[in-house]
Design a protein around this ligand. Structure first.
Ligand code: SR1
Ligand code: MG
Length: 424
C-alpha cells in the first residue's frame, strides 16, 4: 500500500511543527494552549540536525530531526536520516544503564520523520559555552565519571551476558555512516593534506606540515583507527565532547548520542578528556588576566584527573558487585584464583585503558585543530596570532599523548606535562 503523503519524510518548519506535534505527543505531555499559539524556534547550531524549541503555555519541549545531509557542509554532503534511530535507541540504553538523571527524557520517536521529541533542559547550557565563559561546575567530574563507568561497564562483556551484548553489536554495527565520519575526520584527514582540513593559516602552516611528516605519530593514529573499527568493547556515546553535554549549577545531562556504536571504551573517555584539554589551552584567548586564567586552567586539569578517578572507582565497584559477563569469569577469579589475582587483572585492564584513553585524547585534539569541525573554544578567539599560539601548545600535548602515552602512569603526571606545554 502507498504511504499517505503526510507520513513521508519532510523536514519540519516552524509552521508545520505544532500541528504535527499535537497529533503525536503522548497524552501525559501537555504543552498547554492552542498549537497555533505555540512558540517555535529553530535553534540547531550543531553540525548535522534541525533542533526546535517548542513552547506552549504550560510546558516546553525540544524536537530534533535529522536532515538528509550534513548541515554544516550543505546539501552536497549527503547523509541518511538513519542517525535518529541510533540517537533514540542509545538515549534509551543510556537512561537504563547510566541513569535517567544523566540524559534527557524522550517523549516520542518517529522513525519515518527521523525525529525525536524530548525534554527541554532548562536552565542548562552547553558545557563548551560555559567553559569558554570560565564557569565551573561542582558535580561535573562525578557525573561524567559515573556516566562513563555505568554506560561502558553494563554494555561490555563484564556487565552484560554475551547474547545480549552481541545483539547490541549487531544492532549498532549498522551506524556505519556516522562511524565513517569519525574514521575520516578523526583518524585519517588530519594526517594528510585533505580537502576539508581547516587550521589557523598561515600561522600554523608549518606545524601542520610537520604533523603530516610525523611517521611516528601517524603510525599510532592508524593503529588506533584500526582499534576504533574493530574493537566492539562497549556501547559508546561516540561523540562525547563538551558540545554534547549540558550543565546547570549542579546537574549534568549528556545529549546527542547519534554517533553511538559498540566500540573501544577509551574512545569516549579520551574524547571527553581531549575536549577538557582543548578548553585548557584556549583559556588565554578568553582570560587575559594571568591569575584568573591559571585558576581556571587548574580547575580543568583537576576535572581531567577527577573524572578518571571516579570512572575507575565506579567501574571497579560495578565489577565487584555486578559482574555477569563472560569476560574475566567469576569461576576463574572469585571462585578460583582469588581476589588478589582479580585485582592484578583489573590493574592491567586500567593500565591499557589509560594508555588508549590518552592516545584518543591526543587524536581528538589534533582533529579539532587541523581537521574539519573545529571547536568554538579556539575558533571564536578573534586574534588569530593568539589563537595559533594556544593551538600550538595543544598540538604539542597531542603529540606527546599519542606517541608517549605508555609512559604516563596517571593523570597527575600528564597534568605536569600539560603545564610544561603551557609555558613553552
Ligand atoms: C560532519 S560532522 C562533524 C563532527 O560533528 C560532530 O559533532 C562530530 O564530532 C563530527 O565529527
Ligand atoms: Mg552532536
Amino acid at each position: 500500500m502507498q504511504k499517505a503523503a503526510q507520513d513521508k519524510y519532510l523536514p519540519k518548519t516552524n509552521e508545520t511543527l505544532p500541528h504535527y506535534i499535537s497529533e503525536k505527543l503522548p497524552a501525559h505531555i501537555q504543552l498547554g494552549g492552542e498549537p497555533s499559539n505555540w512558540s517555535v524556534k529553530e535553534v540547531g547550531d550543531g553540525n548535522l540536525n534541525l533542533v526546535f524549541i517548542v513552547a506552549g503555555t504550560e510546558k516546553t519541549i525540544v524536537v530534533k530531526q535529522a536532515l538528509p545531509y550534513v548541515r554544516a557542509a550543505g546539501e552536497s554532503w549527503k547523509l541518511s536520516t538513519k542517525r535518529a534511530f541510533f540517537e533514540y535507541n542509545i538515549l534509551a540504553l543510556e537512561a537504563r544503564f547510566a541513569g535517567q538523571d544523566l540524559v534527557p527524557e524522550v517523549y516520542f520517536y518517529d522513525e519515518e520523520q527521523a525525529l525525536c521529541a524530548m525534554e527541554y533542559l532548562s536552565p542548562h547550557i552547553i558545557l563548551r559555552k560555559e567553559l569558554m565563559a570560565g564557569k565551573q561546575f561542582p558535580n561535573l567530574a562525578e557525573d561524567i565519571g559515573r556516566f562513563l563507568a555505568r554506560s561502558l561497564f553494563f554494555t561490555s562483556d563484564l556487565g552484560m551476558n554475551a547474547e545480549e551484548k552481541k545483539a547490541l553489536v549487531s544492532k549498532f554495527v549498522v551506524n556505519d555512516e556516522l562511524c565513517k565520519i569519525t574514521e575520516d575526520l578523526i583518524f585519517t584527514e588530519p594526517y594528510y593534506d585533505a580537502e576539508l582540513n581547516d587550521w589557523t593559516s598561515p600561522q600554523l602552516d608549518e606545524d601542520v606540515k610537520k604533523v603530516w611528516q610525523d611517521e611516528e605519530m601517524i603510525q599510532v593514529a592508524m593503529r588506533y583507527k584500526y582499534k576504533f573499527m574493530t574493537e566492539a568493547q562497549a556501547l559508546l556515546h561516540g561523540d562525547l565532547h563538551s558540545g554534547s553535554i549540558m550543565v546547570a549549577d549542579s546537574d549534568t545531562k549528556v545529549i546527542d548520542p547519534e554517533f553511538g556504536f559498540m566500540g573501544p571504551m577509551a574512545f569516549d573517555i579520551g574524547n571527553y578528556i581531549g575536549n577538557l584539554f582543548l578548553a585548557y589551552f584556549s583559556r588565554p584567548g578568553w582570560q587575559s588576566e594571568e591569575e584568573e586564567c591559571s585558576l581556571s586552567q587548574n580547575w580543568l586539569l583537576e576535572q581531567v584527573s577527577k573524572t578518571w578517578q571516579v570512572f575507575v572507582a565506579q567501574f571497579t565497584q560495578l565489577w565487584a558487585d555486578k559482574a555477569q559477563g563472560e569476560a574475566y569469569p567469576v569461576a576463574i577469579y572469585q571462585q578460583g584464583l582469588g581476589q588478589a589475582a582479580l585485582t592484578r587483572a583489573q590493574q592491567s585492564f586500567f593500565e591499557t585503558l589509560l594508555e588508549d584513553t590518552l592516545v584518543n585524547a591526543g587524536l581528538e585534539i589534533n582533529r579539532r585543530i587541523i581537521g574539519f569541525a573545529g571547536v568554538a573554544d579556539f575558533k571564536e578567539i578573534a586574534d588569530a596570532d593568539l589563537r595559533a599560539e594556544c593551538e600550538r601548545s595543544a598540538l604539542k600535548l597531542a603529540r606527546e599523548l599519542i606517541v608517549n602515552a605508555r609512559q604516563y602512569e596517571d593523570l597527575q603526571s600528564v597534568a605536569r606535562y600539560v603545564q610544561h606545554c603551557n609555558k613553552s
